[in-house]
Design a protein around this ligand. Structure first.
Ligand SMILES: [Zn+2]
Length: 51
């Protein structure tokens, strides 16, 4: 696999692009956030929005 053409997504929490990582190779379709921190922020935001 060539390094220069890795897929990218935009994190909806921090609005930053993040690049495919080896650890995501099996779950890339399900990856929505750039980091564990943003994933937690999303949960926090959801809780806030529904309360
Ligand atoms: Zn993020």
């Amino acid at each position: 696999m060539k390094k220069e053409h890795l897929p990218q997504k935009i994190c909806p929490i921090c609005s930053r692009p993040f690049t495919w990582r080896k650890k995501w190779e099996r779950v890339w379709d399900d990856v929505k956030y750039c980091s564990e921190r943003c994933r937690r922020n999303k949960q926090k935001a959801l809780t806030k929005a529904t309360s």
